[in-house]
Design a protein around this ligand. Structure first.
Ligand SMILES: C[S@@+](CC[C@H](N)C(=O)[O-])C[C@H]1O[C@@H](n2cnc3c(N)ncnc32)[C@H](O)[C@@H]1O
Length: 272
């Protein structure tokens, strides 16, 4: 017999760890869930305060993909709502696509709730903008290849480093020597600023500034090998530039340009 209500799996981005970095939508999805699957090592336990009293709570650390899919199958058969909690934003290194594909094959409804990624959280803690006019206008989100996850050709850190822009490097603290080598081979000067963040937004949080030259020794000094993110690039040390958008010489649908400021902006070669 078909379940009275259709089942649903919601993939919830829980942010970098701190429970108050959950979105309202994420909190609602957890509150409505009959089953919550979460990873205790990646998300703080307070996130579960949103779950209702009778909710079944499962730790994904002890579960294979097959175990998780079995829960989704049960949800479809019994009309249950599942909140599958992922750290940061589920779109990045979450293993979510394989689950979404299996949910499609099972015929169960899905929804994805975005979350605050760790790279955004670390930029906020360091009080840095990652895109600074005339310094860096792109952000590369990447990781070192190796071990279980080889990089597709052309996606090596060394290749992205050639752009010299801002880079957020995930999942790579255990190979800090290789990271430094690839950053240098790609052309970053040794003096390029780096922010190293361990367990950002957790009580154990450690955020240290260094340079490409001192990155490896910084990682080794603090014995970092997991839960660590690197922000690299000249934007992390740049000051003094300003965006055209807020320049008095720039006009748009909601603001007129000041004529003198506009002349000055044009003289600088800006297409306003
Ligand atoms: C499996 S990936 C998940 C990324 C996650 N989906 C996101 O958007 O942040 C795990 C990696 O993300 C980074 N990371 C996640 N949370 C972090 C945190 N609170 N502090 C520092 N790095 C973090 C680390 O590089 C870690 O090795």
């Amino acid at each position: 017999m078909a379940a009275a209500t259709p089942g649903k799996v919601t993939f919830v981005g829980a942010g970098p760890g701190a429970a108050d970095l959950l979105t309202f939508r994420a909190a609602r999805a957890i509150a409505e869930a009959d089953v919550v699957i979460w990873a205790a090592s990646l998300v703080q336990a307070e996130v579960l305060d949103h779950a209702h009293e009778g909710a079944e709570i499962l730790d994904s650390a002890a579960m294979s993909l097959e175990d998780v899919v079995a829960v989704y199958e049960r949800a479809r058969a019994e009309g249950l709502k599942v909140a599958r909690i992922h750290s940061g934003d589920p779109a990045l290194w979450g293993g979510t696509q394989e689950q979404l594909d299996r949910c499609d094959a099972l015929g169960i409804e899905t929804e994805v709730v975005p979350g605050v990624s760790s790279f955004s959280a670390v930029a906020a803690i360091a009080r840095r903008e990652l895109t600074i006019p005339e310094v860096a206008q792109s952000v590369v989100l990447t990781r070192l290849g190796g071990g279980k996850t080889p990089m597709p050709p052309g996606e090596e850190v060394r290749e992205f480093a050639r752009h010299g822009t801002t880079m957020a490097v995930f999942l790579s603290a255990a190979r800090s020597g290789q990271l430094v080598r690839e950053l240098l081979e790609g052309g970053y000067p040794t003096s390029t600023p780096v922010v190293v963040a361990y367990q950002a937004t957790w009580p154990e949080e450690l955020v240290v500034r260094c340079t490409v030259e001192t990155l490896e020794e910084t990682v080794k000094e603090h014995k970092l090998w997991k839960h660590t993110l690197f922000l690299v690039g000249p934007a992390l040390g740049a000051h003094g530039t300003r965006s055209h958008l807020y320049h008095p010489g720039h006009f748009h649908g909601y603001r007129k340009a000041d004529p003198e400021a506009r002349k000055a902006l044009r003289a600088r070669g800006a297409s306003t």
